[in-house]
Design a protein around this ligand. Structure first.
Ligand SMILES: Cc1cc2nc3c(=O)[nH]c(=O)nc-3n(C[C@H](O)[C@H](O)[C@H](O)COP(=O)(O)OP(=O)(O)OC[C@H]3O[C@@H](n4cnc5c(N)ncnc54)[C@H](O)[C@@H]3O)c2cc1C
Length: 471
């Protein structure tokens, strides 16, 4: 049900969820399935409102990063209102430093697929000795469109819009009430509180809550630290020799995983042995291919001529019948968790009296080093099998700053772990040394892998709903 007047909300609730993005809604849906009522407090309106969005303002210190007002959405359904819908499973080895393993999320896979309308399967097959080929599935779900009516009709989920959380109060690890504001301020009591306000706000709100309540949250907790995104950059251009490429795929029995007859993409990633051998960051090697034509970039041909003159001479690249492919390689990289990448509080407060966030963000040199090793490995593979050639961008061989985009994936800040010195939540997403305060969303990610995060967020949040229903 949707509640318009805060006065109509009863005082003693079972679960209060702060935020109605994929994380908050997934928790509420699982609780509903188990017959448990919850109240979702959402800061924004049903639709985008400039005034609400302006409260997502913040400062960035370090390397270039998208404006914090555009890299997330403050409205019902959260950032799923403008996400890309790409879904990828994290790898088994991404969980090596987590207190849970990938297998712990298996029971929630089907529910997560249902929530995200994922119809296909995920596969991962060996491409060669060092690399795997994997696929993406696409979700068409905007949580606002899929879940507004469902929540309106629900007897177990109560949604209150335009009602930001201002503070959680309590002592000795027990949250007693939340202070929210809808026209007027009001205190809401509940047995359990779940912060699901997104990958920056979760840290920001907790830092502010700790500052105001010395007895509620331990000072040691590294709130805001080990923040990550997935740096994304183009690293090379190349050509694939059609016939030899297909012969290789056929011989390796992986042809059915490729569809290279039209403009398309395929995705490779380093396997566990390769990652370990060179201490690499996990990486999605995104290969966008299309048929080679005469409009191909001249600077690439020049590079290729220097690097592989015989190819230009002998291969008759533009022969219509050869149907060779041109491709561009971009890498979506894991970011090594570092205390220096973090969310902290500014001295400037927003209209609600909460300090604005500061994002401290730099890519480690490891990103460049690891990209270079991976791309050289792929280049050598192409040459040794005479499948193609690539020209690698120069920035991988010097110290110059290089252009990059980010995945808009806000990860870490309230990471999961066993120890309160280097993590904020335990394996059940409960904040260490608290009795009833949980966090949902990608801020609990211990490490980032290379996978788009929302599928994993949905699984972890469903698991959290399940956990709370069993307490
Ligand atoms: C341009 C773009 C493209 C993306 N593409 C992909 C993709 O292809 N695949 C993928 O997996 N991920 C993608 N993402 C990331 C994806 O959108 C997020 O992972 C996902 O939305 C996170 O869900 P969440 O519920 O944790 O946070 P959010 O979706 O950010 O939701 C947080 C909610 O909390 C509310 N809130 C905030 N503060 C308060 C407060 N004080 N009180 C009450 N409520 C509050 C917000 O209004 C919001 O509704 C993309 C993101 C962007 C920006």
């Amino acid at each position: 049900m949707i509640l318009n007047d805060l006065e109509d909300l009863k005082q003693n609730n079972y679960v209060v969820i702060i935020g109605s993005g994929p994380a908050g809604i997934s928790v509420a849906l699982q609780l509903e399935k188990k017959g448990i009522s919850s109240v979702i407090i959402e800061a924004g309106d049903i639709d985008f409102k400039e005034k609400s969005q302006s409260l997502y303002d913040g400062t960035i210190i370090g390397e270039s990063y998208p404006d914090l007002k555009i890299s997330r959405l403050r409205q019902f359904g959260g950032t799923s209102g403008h996400w890309g819908g790409n879904c990828v499973e994290m790898d088994n080895y991404d969980f090596e430093r987590w207190p849970i393993k990938k297998i712990d999320l298996e029971p929630y896979k089907k529910t997560a697929y249902d929530i995200l309308n994922i119809k296909g399967n995920f596969y991962k097959k060996s491409f060669n000795e060092d690399l795997d080929v994997f696929n993406l599935n696409w979700s068409n779900v905007r949580f606002k469109d899929k879940y507004y009516q469902k929540i309106k009709d629900s007897k177990k989920i109560t949604l209150i819009l335009n009602c930001p959380l201002l503070m959680l109060s309590g002592k000795d690890g027990v949250v007693e009430y939340a202070t929210v504001k809808k026209k007027n301020k009001r205190k809401i009591k509940a047995k359990y509180f779940i912060l699901a306000a997104g990958g920056i706000e979760n840290s920001r709100l907790l830092l502010w809550i700790r500052k105001q309540n010395e007895n509620l949250l331990d000072n040691k907790l590294p709130i805001g630290k080990f923040w990550m995104d997935h740096p994304y950059h183009s690293v090379a251009n190349g050509i694939l020799f059609n016939e030899k490429f297909h012969n290789y795929l056929k011989k390796s029995e992986i042809e059915k995983f490729f569809d290279t007859n039209c403009e398309n993409s395929f995705f490779l990633s380093p396997n566990k042995n390769f990652l370990k051998k060179f201490d690499l960051l996990n990486t999605s090697i995104n290969i966008g291919i299309k048929q080679l034509d005469k409009n191909y970039k001249k600077d690439f041909l020049y590079k290729l001529k220097c690097m592989a003159p015989n190819i230009i001479k002998k291969k008759l690249l533009f022969n219509e019948s050869s149907k060779n492919y041109e491709f561009n390689i971009s890498l979506l990289k894991e970011q090594k968790p570092s205390e220096n990448n973090s969310i902290s509080l500014s001295n400037v407060k927003d209209e609600l009296g909460i300090p604005k966030p500061i994002l401290h963000w730099t890519r480690s040199e490891n990103v460049r080093k690891s990209s270079k090793i991976i791309i050289e490995n792929f280049a050598n593979f192409l040459v040794s099998n005479d499948i193609g050639r690539i020209a690698v961008d120069e920035f991988l061989y010097n110290n110059q700053t290089y252009e990059h985009k980010n995945g808009y994936h806000h990860l870490g800040g309230t990471r999961m772990g066993l120890n309160k010195n280097d993590s904020v939540v335990d394996k059940n997403c409960k904040i260490h040394d608290t009795k009833n305060l949980f966090v949902a969303g990608s801020s609990v990610f211990t490490t980032a892998g290379h996978a788009y995060p929302t599928l994993t967020i949905t699984q972890i949040s469903t698991r959290l709903g399940d956990y709370i229903s069993n307490i």
